[in-house]
Design a protein around this ligand. Structure first.
Ligand code: GAR
Length: 221
């Protein structure tokens, strides 16, 4: 995939807390980071992330899905705002609306998402409850290009997080979130540096580090 421009203009779509947005803002504050958010859009006026963006001097827009007669017109408003701000890469960061195939196609390979599980396991909501119920020994997070099916698309990177025997949803969520905050800026950096290439639906990252041998995580009886 071709490199985007020197400092890639990010549009970040949020619905709530905005801690992943904050990770991108913090990364973008470093002079040698090749991307920065230029526009934050929330579909909810009360999203905490809006205040984070405003505090960092980033333009914000509330585009409330309820104010539009249908999904198509809601998404047309999103695209218009993103285009107007010259956004090159759209980052979904806790954006809790399903997007239509038309929107996903319009932004194909320029639209990424972070999801709190090791996809394709545990799509949808309550990922940590799903992981605990399944008894998996590792979960984590995934940064991926968005395709029309929910929580699907070429995987750019995954971070594995061990599940502890005594984890609650909250304790597990906190450790996965810390991994998310490292992962999202890293994936965005790679894209902005033009190092990310699609080979079919598999993602190859030029010069990515070879991973250490896998970790084994049993629980005891
Ligand atoms: C994050 O854990 C993100 O991975 C998840 O919502 C949270 C948003 O937190 N996204 C999804 O579940 C999307 N399917 P944040 O607002 O603090 O970044």
């Amino acid at each position: 995939m071709a490199a985007i421009t020197a400092r890639t203009r990010l549009g970040v779509l949020i619905s709530g807390r905005g801690s992943n947005l904050q990770a991108l803002i913090d990364a973008g504050a470093a002079v040698d980071y090749p991307a920065a958010p230029v526009l934050v859009i929330s579909n909810r006026p009360e999203a905490q992330g809006l205040a984070r963006a405003a505090a960092a001097g980033i333009r914000t827009r509330v585009i409330a899905h309820g104010s539009y007669p249908d999904r198509g017109r809601f998404e047309a408003a999103l695209t218009e705002a993103l285009d107007e701000a010259g956004v090159e890469l759209v980052c979904l960061a806790g954006f809790m609306r399903l997007l239509t195939a038309a929107f996903v196609t319009r932004w194909r390979d320029r639209l990424i998402n972070i999801h709190p599980s090791l996809l394709p396991a545990f799509k949808g909501l309550d990922t940590h409850a799903q992981a605990l119920a399944a008894g998996v020994k590792f979960t984590g997070c995934t940064v991926h290009f968005v395709r029309p099916d929910m929580d699907s698309g070429p995987i750019i990177l995954q971070a594995a997080v061990p599940v502890r025997q005594d984890d609650s949803e909250e304790s597990l969520a906190a450790r996965v979130l810390a991994a998310e905050h490292r992962s999202y800026p890293l994936a965005v950096r790679w894209i902005a540096e033009g190092r990310v290439r699609l080979a079919g639906e598999r993602v190859l990252v030029e010069g990515a580090l070879v991973q250490p041998p896998s970790t084994i995580n049993p629980w005891t009886d």
